[in-house]
Design a protein around this ligand. Sequence first.
Ligand SMILES: Cc1cc2nc3c(=O)[nH]c(=O)nc-3n(C[C@H](O)[C@H](O)[C@H](O)COP(=O)(O)OP(=O)(O)OC[C@H]3O[C@@H](n4cnc5c(N)ncnc54)[C@H](O)[C@@H]3O)c2cc1C
Length: 303
Amino acid sequence: MHVEVNENFDVKNLTSFKIGGKIRKAYFPKSVCEFEEIIQKEDNIRVFGNLSNTLVSSDGYDGSIIFTSGMRNSNCSPKDGDFTIECGCNGPVAALIARDEGLSGFEFMIGFPGSIGGNICMNASAHGQCISDNLIKVKCYSKEKGVFELSKEDMEFSYRTSICQKEPIYVLEATFQLNKKTPEEIQDKMNENLAFRKSHQPSLAIPNCGSVFRNPEGNSAGKLLDEVGAKNFYVGNVKVWENHANFIVNLEQKGTSIEVLELMLKMFSSVKEKYGIELKPEVRYLGNKNIREAEICKILNIK
Ligand SMILES: Cc1cc2nc3c(=O)[nH]c(=O)nc-3n(C[C@H](O)[C@H](O)[C@H](O)COP(=O)(O)OP(=O)(O)OC[C@H]3O[C@@H](n4cnc5c(N)ncnc54)[C@H](O)[C@@H]3O)c2cc1C
C-alpha cells in the first residue's frame, strides 16, 4: 500500500479560524492500515481532526501531519445501544445518526465542528453533557504498542484534557453506550442547544476557534475577560467577539497567527494584572514559531 502525501499543503481553509499556512507533508489516511503505515515511516508526526480548536501558524509547519477526516466510514451504526465511531467522523454527524436511532447522549455535539478523535483528546463538553460521559472504550494507536484498547478510566479524562494530551496516543475509534429516548425528545434538546449557541457564541460563519481560554476552577474565563474590558480588544485583523469575551474572531479572514497570539497575551495579561489569575489556553497550536511567537507561547503555556 502506498498512501499519498500532499506536500506544501495549504491548510488555512480547513481551519475553523481561517488562519494557517503550508504543511510540509499532509496525509489523509482512509483506514487504520494507512494510518499505521504513515506513522511507522514518519518521525515526529502529529495527528489532527477538523482543526476547530487549533491555531495554525501563518508560516505553516515544517513537519508531517495526519488529518483524520478520511477515517469516518465504517462501523458508524449503533448496535443494541452500543455506538462505535471512527475518529474522523464529525461530531454533528454522529449526533444526527444517534438521534435517528433514538439514542441520547450526543445532543451537545450538534453545534460545534469537532471530530470524534479531537473531541476525545479535548474531552469536549457543552450543555451539561461531555464526550466521556457515555464512553466505554477507545481503540488507540501508538508507535510503540501499535493498536490497543483503553477503557474510559485509562483515558485519564478531566476538564478539557485526556491521556492524548500527555502521551503520543492517537484515537482510532471509540465505543459509546447511549441511552434510549425518542428522536423527538433528542431533537428538542438539540434545538435548545442550538438556540443557546446562537445567542452566546459566534457561528461558524464567523471564523473562530471556540473558547480561547479554559474556565479557571469555580470561575468563568468569559466573565473575567469581560470585566477587564476585553470586548474592546483587538490586534490587527483579529478582535475579541463583542458578545462574548472568551472568543476571538477573524471577521474578514485576514488575521494571522501572530495577531491572535498578541491578542491572547493582551487578554491574559489584563486578567492577571487585575485578578492575579493566570488563564490557561484551551486552543492548541500547530506550526513553526518565530522568536516572538515562541516567547508568547511560553508565557501562555500553549501546547
Ligand atoms: C464555533 C465553535 C464552537 C465550539 N464549541 C465548543 C464547545 O461547546 N465545547 C467544546 O468542548 N469545544 C468547542 N469548540 C472547540 C472544538 O470544536 C473542540 O475542542 C473539538 O473537540 C476539537 O476537535 P477537532 O477535531 O477540530 O480537533 P483539532 O483542532 O483538529 O485538534 C485538537 C486536539 O486534538 C488532537 N487530536 C485530534 N484528533 C485526534 C486523534 N484522532 N487522536 C488523538 N488526538 C487527536 C490534536 O492533536 C489537538 O491536540 C468549539 C469550536 C468552534 C469553532
